[in-house]
Design a protein. Structure first.
Length: 671
């Protein structure tokens, strides 16, 4: 059987006609895309399109750039070609996703969804006129005061503070930076992310900062610059005080990281119910590499961060620009893709605190454009064709570099389609289908954000581009790619709400369809300078329903739904959870568990804190959520034997007398 790997052009000539067939192979079957017929005596070329020949339709995905057509006419201007993001969120709660885009040296713009496939720019009416006095770089949206309205945080360059806007609920915003206690913190800020790091029900803000002073290494013999010796600014972490103000705690919580940050993301990489932090640093080979910080909130009953050990392979030194988050290999944990000058990095999460670089194997290095290096910025995993596999988009765009790291002037954006797991290859691979899918802008892309703007069940894309001047010859306007998906695959969208209007950032959703199961996370800012829609989107392929949907909230609350019909947007509320263990800091019953060996073969030992000889319940589930066994003990460890269990992924859940629980993924292997 052949996988989707090559496009074949079959040419035929007769005395009357010249024909070309564009043919692709799908799992051993020939699928014809189009037929070109050219009469020998006439220059006209007729195109006849086929979605499929002989068999069920191949998952055709085509994007059409329609910014001007839908009413988006904007460009981000910055003289040093840095920054430029977009945030996708429903600012007026009308059920349709809107788009906020940075202006750089111009005013911020807010495109209100007209609910008919077009947008209207309402930034001036919304009170954003003052932003023209700032040089903005990135944007995120989140409800800082739990009033059910998304507020907006914007980062700026060195000479002005970052900006916080409160959503008034009437279509307008009020700038409250000084009132919130943020005006004294000034840096060259490039990235921001929202998350509730201490599980108090209020979202906090992380801000990544860039270069303080430029420095270079010199090869005096060759008389050239040979490296970088920049001094970078410490990052900020603003803790929400629940009264409309914030307190900066970056250094005290060990989260200040002094690399040259270009992207950041709160993400629960270890599936323990609190938000860890990934900081993506430029010049990482020379200054400070990427940093993955583990949140110790649940383990220590207080918020502090610890940098993961370098042996984890997470802290890669590169010219990192952006980060994508997704369970691309469907093993119930989150993997990360980081863009770069030259070779990007795909870090496969092994579920034990370590990562494996699978970039080359997966086919997503994206190293060169012509003979020079590509420059990657915004990126994301998402299912563009609803075939139940996460695909990968990379926004590429030129920026200059030193001679030893020469970059290409033209960097085509990339769309890598997930080919699924191959037994023969031993893993998941991707194929570059950018051109076939209508993706290929090669100018100066920066930010990337996704959302289903027309509510048709497939995901559309906004790509920001940066312009160095306002000269019409050099202006690069924002791109809006509308997904023209033409297949019969199904989908499911989930809009999650927490009690008391608390934000859902950090919520994990796991979908189960037969033996297939994979994870999605709602995060408060990632990509490059941008934020995606907070509505979880799952492609279901040919499945007409999902067997189950498991939603895990920060701190331990859980919702489980079964037999969910496809092709709908499901709204779920945390207060409907049957089991929940979201406590205030003084109520939380904290304990830790350890499973060793993991992976295991004959048996594994589950150990946990039990100084008061409480009764603990130990439950074992398979990957679909079916119970395998249950034990109770007053000791501090339990032995789990393999017996007749098949190899695969399982979950251990340990529950104490007060309802506090911990879940750990374990892997059963044949050795």
């Amino acid at each position: 059987m052949l996988s989707i790997s090559k496009l074949y052009i079959l040419k035929f000539r007769t005395p009357t006609y010249y024909l070309e067939l564009m043919v692709r192979w799908l799992d051993g079957w020939m699928v014809m895309y189009c037929l070109t017929i050219q009469p020998s005596s006439h220059p006209t070329i007729l195109f006849i399109l086929f979605s499929s020949v002989l068999l069920p339709s191949y998952a055709q995905t085509t994007f059409i750039e329609k910014a001007q057509e839908v009413g988006i006419d904007h460009y981000f201007q910055n003289g040093n070609l840095m920054g430029g993001g977009a945030a996708v969120f429903d600012f007026n709660n009308d059920g349709w996703e809107d788009i906020w885009i940075n202006g750089g040296s111009h005013r911020e713009v807010l495109y209100q969804n007209n609910k008919n496939g077009t947008f209207k720019e309402v930034g001036g009416l919304a009170g954003l006129g003052n932003t023209a006095n700032y040089r903005t770089t990135s944007v995120i949206a989140g409800d800082i005061d739990n009033d059910g309205l998304r507020d907006v945080f914007i980062t700026t360059r060195e000479d002005t503070p970052n900006l916080l806007f409160r959503n008034n609920g009437d279509g307008t915003f009020t700038e409250i930076t000084e009132k919130a206690g943020l005006s004294e913190f000034v840096a060259w800020s490039t990235t921001a992310a929202f998350a509730d790091i201490n599980l108090d029900g209020y979202i906090d803000i992380y801000v990544g900062n860039y270069v303080e002073e430029f420095g270079y290494l010199v090869d005096r013999r060759a008389q050239i610059l040979s490296g970088y010796d920049h001094e970078c600014q410490p990052n900020f972490l603003f803790l929400n005080q629940q009264d409309g103000t914030f307190k900066e705690v970056g250094a005290s919580l060990h989260a200040a990281d002094e690399g040259c940050a270009l992207a950041s993301a709160f993400t629960d990489f270890d599936n323990d119910g609190d938000m860890d932090l990934m900081v993506v640093n430029d010049y990482g080979q020379w200054v400070i590499p990427n940093t993955l910080l583990i949140n110790q909130q649940l383990e220590m009953a207080q918020t502090t961060f610890t940098e993961i050990d370098s042996s984890s392979n997470a802290n890669v030194g590169m010219y990192a620009m952006g980060v994508a988050i997704g369970d691309y290999d469907k093993d119930q944990d989150l993997d990360y893709y980081i863009t770069n000058i030259g070779r990007n990095a795909l870090l496969q999460n092994m579920g034990d605190g370590t990562f494996v670089d699978t970039t080359r194997f997966a086919g997503v290095e994206d190293t060169y454009a012509d003979s020079n290096f590509t420059v990657g910025w915004g990126t994301d995993f998402f299912d563009v064709d609803n075939d139940a596999d996460l695909d990968l988009f990379v926004a590429n765009g030129f920026i200059s570099a030193l001679s030893f790291n020469k970059t290409s002037l033209k960097n085509p954006d990339r769309l890598f389609l997930n080919q699924g797991y191959s037994e023969e290859k031993g893993g998941v691979t991707f194929i570059d289908e950018s051109a076939a899918c209508g993706i290929g802008d090669s100018s100066t892309a920066r930010g990337l954000a996704k959302g289903d703007f027309d509510n048709d069940g497939d995901l559309d894309i906004v790509v920001t581009r940066v312009s160095g001047t306002s000269s019409s010859a050099y202006v690069r306007k924002i791109l809006y790619y509308e997904n023209q998906l033409n297949n019969t695959y199904n989908w499911l969208k989930i809009k999650v709400k927490r009690k008391d209007n608390q934000e859902v950032f950090g919520t994990h959703l796991r979908i189960v369809i037969g033996a297939d199961s994979w994870l999605s996370e709602i995060n408060g800012g990632s990509s490059h300078a941008s934020q995606h829609s907070s509505i979880a989107h799952f492609g279901l392929g040919t499945a007409t329903h999902a067997d189950s949907l498991i939603i895990n909230f920060l701190g331990g609350g859980q919702l489980v739904y079964t037999d969910i019909s496809a092709n709908q947007e499901l709204e779920v509320l945390e207060e409907n959870a049957v089991t929940t263990s979201v406590f205030s800091n003084d109520e939380r019953n904290v304990f830790s568990i350890k499973v060793q060996p993991n992976p295991f073969n004959a048996y594994t030992i589950v150990s946990f804190d039990n100084p008061n000889a409480q009764t603990f319940s130990i439950q074992l589930f398979d990957v679909v959520g079916l119970p395998i066994l249950r034990k109770e003990t007053t000791n501090n460890q339990v032995k789990i034997e393999r017996k007749n269990m098949p190899t695969g992924i399982y979950f251990i859940k340990v529950i104490n007398e007060n309802g506090g629980s911990r879940i750990e993924k374990i892997i059963l292997q044949n050795w």
